[in-house]
Design a protein around this ligand. Structure first.
Ligand code: 3HC
Length: 329
């Protein structure tokens, strides 16, 4: 149904008795809640699954800088501009922690970046949508970073030590990001009718992509079962989506915004909100590279990488000179 570009070798979850003794011992450590560290023995498919997920996550952070970066020069006040600058820088930092965590698994940063630029490694679907107005910046913080936190808080307890530790710091910053987004929306919704209309219009465009961004429904999620058995994922895509929906609908009501889903309803029996059908065809189209901004995002990343080549070369030359000087001394 979608192009799986990174084959991690994990086709299905093997029953305990099917596992080789070393894999059974590994699973026992996972089940006992032991953190796996870089030099510990691990199944090759576990290593590749982590590289796939962590590198996609890192790419999402740095590609995620682009839609909001688009508004740094046009933020409405000096204060909003300073906040947005700090937030976009934070996302770059998150990418760096995550690339470092992935490097502990034996893949180089150059290789990960090359895979992104070749269209071989994915990044989050959500960053392929445009930021047309200032309210889009509010929606990204509120809805997208809100969805990211719901996914990422559990990752602080995932089985791979370097990933879990990187997530602790990232989550602290993400919660500030979400609040700044909500604060933008609050200001717009309490403002002039034109500002409220701008907020509603942006909300209409971000609602469905944000609902889809936790990934395909559980029945179509190829990696979930194995990733949950290895405690790389602690909640399924649908569970994360439900948490986000239950958190976000009351927030939208407080803002006085209308959720653009005629089928949305509160189920008093389950105590959860229910949403209408998600357009999964659109989701798969976007993750296959055919969203509104995919080409533009990749082109911008590749150009930034090429423009920065001299900086990387200068850093290597400087390090070599220092090493040579130290050796001579
Ligand atoms: N966008 C792009 N691809 C997606 C996706 C999305 N929203 N959701 C799922 N996919 C891809 C998967 O990567 C997988 O493709 P692959 O086989 O080629 O790698 C395929 O769709 C099937 O999905 P699965 O459910 O089987 O995949 P996972 O088990 O990996 O679950 C996930 C997907 C929940 C996103 C999981 O990878 C995850 O939790 N990742 C870590 C968090 C992350 O990457 N978040 C991205 C957003 S970060 C962000 O918004 C922060 C902001 O501040 C910048």
């Amino acid at each position: 149904m979608y192009a799986q570009l990174v084959d991690t070798g994990a086709k299905r979850v093997a029953a305990r008795e099917e596992l080789a003794p070393e894999d059974r011992a590994f699973q026992d450590r996972i089940d006992a809640g032991v953190k796996i560290e870089p030099k510990d023995p691990m199944p090759e498919a576990y290593r590749r699954t982590l590289i796939r997920q962590i590198s996609q996550h890192a790419h999402s952070e740095i590609v995620g800088m682009l839609p909001e970066g688009n508004w740094i020069t046009r933020a409405p006040t000096l204060k909003r501009k300073a906040i947005l600058l700090a937030k976009v820088q934070d996302e770059g930092g998150h990418g760096l922690y995550l690339y470092s965590a992935a490097e502990t698994l034996g893949v180089s940063r150059d290789q990960m970046i090359a895979d992104l630029h070749a269209g071989k490694a994915k990044y989050s679907s959500i960053f392929n949508y445009p930021t047309l107005t200032w309210a889009d910046v509010g929606c990204i913080g509120w809805l997208v970073d809100g969805a990211a936190i719901i996914n990422q808080i559990p990752l602080c307890r995932c089985s791979y030590g370097p990933y879990a530790r990187a997530m602790v710091r990232i989550c602290k910053e993400e919660s500030f990001h979400q609040r700044q987004g909500y604060d933008i929306m609050l200001a717009l919704c309490r403002g002039a009718p034109e500002q409220k209309a701008m907020a509603q219009e942006a909300f209409n465009r971000w609602w469905w992509p944000a609902l889809a961004m936790q990934g395909p429904p559980d029945k179509d999620s190829v990696h979930s079962a194995q990733s949950m058995a290895w405690r790389i994922k602690l909640f399924s895509n649908d569970e994360l989506r439900q948490k986000w929906l239950d958190q976000t609908v009351p927030q939208a009501q407080f803002l006085g915004l209308e959720v653009p889903d005629p089928a949305l309803r509160w189920n008093a029996e389950t105590g959860h909100w229910e949403h209408g059908p998600i357009d999964w065809e659109e989701f798969y189209r976007v993750i296959k590279g055919d969203g509104p901004c995919n080409r533009d995002r990749l082109r911008t990343r590749v150009k930034a990488w090429e423009d920065g080549a001299w900086v990387r070369e200068a850093a290597v030359a400087h390090a070599e000179k220092r090493a040579a000087r130290a050796k001579a001394a």
